[in-house]
Design a protein around this ligand. Structure first.
Ligand code: URA
Length: 204
């Protein structure tokens, strides 16, 4: 049993404290703090991203930076109230590379995401969502236990071994990287269309 892991995680506060101390992979040592999921504590829908970004790392909350703002806009357009969902990440610490004073996002390795998986599973066990949304490839792999071709599977529900369905879509930061304004608008509309599939879960 890894040192930072209590026998059983029984609350989100305990999860936060345990992840703060987690050094099961090298990322935690360099991050400001861990960032665990937030939202409705008994949400029927959980959205899972990759890892906290620069702003999330500094503020200690998930999806508060540019990708989070885009996600909030898309949820609103899809008629999925953000206050009724739970938002988290596959990896609980920010991984970055220093370029001068700038901290540049670096994707976690498969091994790092695998080391963090038990925290995500603890979170799922605590919130007990009916279904989840995987935002991008890292989240899809963690939630489904296998590599998922996101572009081919986007907008589809895929089953987890525990029976929960996972809606696969892109990570919002992929949309932020689309340079052409028209293409970015089309990508946003397609993202909203994916998220609309999750509306019925939230409504119950
Ligand atoms: N990207 C993520 O995957 N998660 C966040 O919390 C912020 C950006």
């Amino acid at each position: 049993m890894p040192e930072s892991r209590p026998d059983r995680i029984t609350s989100l506060a305990q999860l936060k404290a345990a992840t703060m101390a987690c050094r099961e992979c090298p990322i935690g040592e360099f991050a400001t703090q861990s960032v665990t999921g937030e939202g409705a504590p008994r949400a029927r829908l959980m959205l899972v991203g990759e890892q906290p970004g620069d702003q999330e790392d500094l503020q200690g909350h998930p999806f508060v930076g540019p990708a989070g703002k885009l996600l909030a806009r898309a949820l609103e357009a899809a008629d999925v109230p953000r206050e009724r969902v739970f938002v988290s990440n596959a990896v609980k610490h920010f991984k970055f590379e220093l370029r001068g004073k700038r901290r540049i996002h670096k994707s976690p390795t498969q091994r790092e995401a695998a080391a963090c998986l038990h925290w995500l599973e603890d979170e799922i066990a605590l919130v007990r969502p009916v279904a989840l949304v995987a935002l991008g490839a890292t989240a899809a792999r963690s939630l489904l236990g296998r590599a998922v071709p996101v572009m081919a599977e986007r907008g589809h529900w895929l089953p987890r071994p525990d029976g929960r369905q996972v809606l696969v879509t892109l990570h919002p930061s992929a949309l932020l990287r689309v340079a052409d304004a028209q293409a970015r608008h089309a990508a946003f509309e397609a993202f909203v269309a994916d998220l609309r599939h999750a509306r019925r879960v939230v409504r119950g």
